[in-house]
Design a binder for this molecule. Structure first.
Ligand code: UD1
Length: 421
């Protein structure tokens, strides 16, 4: 088990380049299975979810070569059973369903795992693929899926699910005829997936809007090189870190437009922010201000993946703030840990709304990450706290941050990744 040892109190200062987005690379690592030629992916983050996806690719028969941040994949002959141990680790393994149905006409997929932040149903994925002609049977903790040819369909999602939109878009690229996905999710990572699929030869319009139209093709085969977009959640996490430590940082190449909901909120908290081309400059105020209300929403609303980090920041803000989580029903595990550091947070009975009364200081403590963003929030709290903290369960953080200790050290933080006990 690994843990972070953090001595709080250092102001974060300096410049940082942000790497490729976890939520862009994971669907693309499923979509590579469509390509019968070689795929090269640049700016691939070296996070554990990437390594686990690559292991799935290796086990189904792909040839892969991952060097620094460039991954080469050749998906020539594929078996159609996704290995259970790796599928269970990651929610995004569900995206192999659409890719394999499209490429092989069948797949056996162990029910996917991932961070415990809600029920994380996959009914929308299944209903959409069934509407396209897939036959899906559940048994023995697995999904047995097959089709004698996917057909285009008109699918209206009852919720703008990121994963379901991606799965259906991937499947539709090789379906017979036209697929229309209505109420599609609009996250920037969906547009990045569409850009990748188009390079393979797919015909997709509207990705990044709520209606996506895909004309299916008989085969997709092209040598492709693609660069993953920067990780807006990693970028936003560092902005909040600087805001909480009274710091001043410049993030390079981060596509500021993708960060707008977070930037707006940080401004409301009293931070100075300037976007200059692809860079974002933040200077923290003497003391952060409370925000009357934040509600997580699908993009372009406030991202659920930044909820925990903002809750951590608001524990130090002047006044009372209220944050409501509307996307996942179980995303509150950071609350108990932040309280150990002296935070004043009240949770409503449905555990969806956090009422935060800012304190002047947090104190260092031994605290444990219970999921990826909970871990990020605790690291931020520890950076701003008085004294030393231990953040246990570093492996959650490593799912989505490529060496967060390296990046924070670069900005002047006192943080070490170490083995516990
Ligand atoms: C993706 C992101 C994750 C982010 C989330 C919301 C990746 C790899 N992960 O997760 O970081 O927190 O979007 O922005 O991109 N739902 C259903 N039925 C379904 C699908 C989803 O009820 O078939 C519900 C889920 O239980 C959840 C909500 O919809 O409450 C959001 O899920 P979804 O948008 O699908 O998120 P993910 O794709 O899992």
């Amino acid at each position: 088990m690994r843990q972070y040892r953090i001595r709080g109190g250092n102001r974060l200062l300096g410049e940082l380049k942000i790497g490729g987005a976890k939520n862009a690379v994971l669907p693309i690592l499923a979509a590579v299975c469509l390509n019968e030629s070689e795929t090269v992916i640049h700016n691939c983050p070296r996070i554990s979810d990437t390594f686990d996806s690559i292991e799935i690719l290796n086990r189904v028969g792909c040839e892969t070569d991952f060097c620094q941040n460039t991954l080469k994949v050749r998906a020539s002959d594929l078996s159609y059973e996704i290995p259970e141990d790796f599928a269970k680790k990651m929610r995004s393994s569900v995206l192999f369903m659409g890719a394999f149905l499209a490429r092989c006409g069948r797949v056996i997929l162990p029910l996917p795992g991932g961070c415990s932040i809600g029920t994380r149903a996959i009914d929308l994925h299944i209903e959409g693929l069934e509407a396209m002609g897939a036959k899906i049977r559940r048994g023995d903790g697995k999904l047995f899926c097959e089709t004698d040819g996917l057909k285009g369909a008109k699918i209206k999602l009852t919720f703008a699910s990121v994963g379901a939109t991606e799965n259906l878009m991937i499947a539709a690229t090789r379906a017979h005829g036209e697929t229309v996905i209505e109420n599609a999710a609009r996250e920037p990572e969906i547009a990045d997936l569409a850009e990748f699929l188009k390079k393979l030869g797919a015909d997709i319009r509207g990705a990044g809007t709520s209606t996506i139209i895909v004309q299916g093709k008989q085969s997709l085969c092209a040598p492709v090189a693609h660069t993953i977009i920067p990780d807006r959640i990693v970028a936003a996490t560092h902005l909040v870190a600087a805001a909480m430590t009274g710091g001043e940082i410049v993030l390079k190449d981060v596509r500021p437009f993708d960060l707008m909901p977070v930037v707006a909120c940080l401004k409301e908290m009293g931070c100075f922010l300037r976007c200059d081309g692809d860079d974002v400059h933040l200077r923290a105020p003497e003391r952060l201000r409370a925000v009357p209300r934040i509600e997580t929403r699908v993009h372009p609303g406030f991202p659920t993946d930044m909820q925990a980090q903002f809750v951590a920041a608001l524990t130090l803000a002047d006044g009372q703030s209220e944050v409501t989580e509307t996307v996942f029903e179980n995303r509150y595990s950071h609350v108990g840990e932040l309280r150990k550091m002296g935070a004043n947070i009240r949770l409503t009975a449905d555990k969806r709304t956090f009422v935060i009364n800012g304190t002047n200081a947090l104190r260092g403590a031994t605290i444990a990450a219970h999921d990826l963003r909970c871990g990020a929030a605790l690291i931020l709290a520890a950076l701003a706290a008085d004294g030393e903290s231990i953040v246990q369960n570093a492996s959650y953080v490593e799912r989505g941050y490529e060496s967060i200790e390296r990046d924070l050290t670069h900005l002047g933080a006192d943080i070490l990744l170490e083995n516990s006990g």
